[in-house]
Ligand binder design. Structure first.
Ligand SMILES: CC(C)(COP(=O)(O)OP(=O)(O)OC[C@H]1O[C@@H](n2cnc3c(N)ncnc32)[C@H](O)[C@@H]1OP(=O)(O)O)[C@@H](O)C(=O)NCCC(=O)NCCS
Length: 156
């Protein structure tokens, strides 16, 4: 049975990222961020449990990089990066990716998940709030261009 995103479009296939996905991932990264990660950063996360890609007939249409960080007691989850190809935004792909990444982090035993987001990134902040993240603190001028970061947290 075909399942659908909250917007009614068919759910993209999700799977763990492999090396052959990285060029597509990197192109989406470059189209999405003023200070994109370098290609080598994605290579470095190939083993991360929450590095997922969303695929359809066009290839990679989005990705998320989520990992665990050692913490006293249970590990902390960290959503490090998420982006959807610009022409495929607003279809529920980002929400589908984030939902799966959070479930993987929960399976890794994390009790809390954190992320940083640009203070002006309304779309992303809305997505994160929808998944129960709330503002924990602000890091002034966190980004190279001087924009503040909001650190957001959610528990399980
Ligand atoms: C943030 C991003 C990943 C969201 O992916 P997406 O596939 O477009 O998001 P979805 O379609 O799953 O939407 C999920 C929620 O995000 C919010 N959202 C998405 N697009 C939005 C828009 N244009 N305006 C306002 N809210 C929006 C909504 O809350 C939406 O929930 P809703 O269905 O209740 O309205 C995507 O906009 C993106 O790639 N942005 C550039 C990269 C980026 O900023 N990443 C975050 C870094 S911290």
């Amino acid at each position: 049975m075909t399942t659908t995103t909250p917007r009614g479009t068919p759910d993209p296939e999700l799977r763990h990222a492999v090396r052959a996905d990285l060029l597509d991932v990197f192109r989406i990264e470059q189209a999405s961020f003023p200070q994109p990660w370098p290609f080598s950063a994605f290579e470095g996360f190939l083993e991360a449990p929450g590095f997922l890609v969303a695929l359809d007939d066009d290839g990679v249409v989005g990705y998320v990089v989520a990992d665990t960080v050692p913490n006293h007691g249970r590990p902390l989850g960290h959503v490090k990066d998420i982006a959807v190809r610009p022409d495929r935004r607003g279809e529920g792909i980002g929400a589908t990716l984030l939902e799966r990444a959070l479930s993987i982090l929960a399976g890794e035993g994390t009790s809390r998940v954190k992320l940083e987001v640009r203070a002006g990134n309304k779309e992303a902040i809305r997505l994160y709030r929808g998944f129960g993240f709330s503002h924990h603190h602000t890091v002034p001028r966190y980004y190279d261009d001087g924009e503040d970061a909001l650190v957001m947290l959610r528990g399980f």
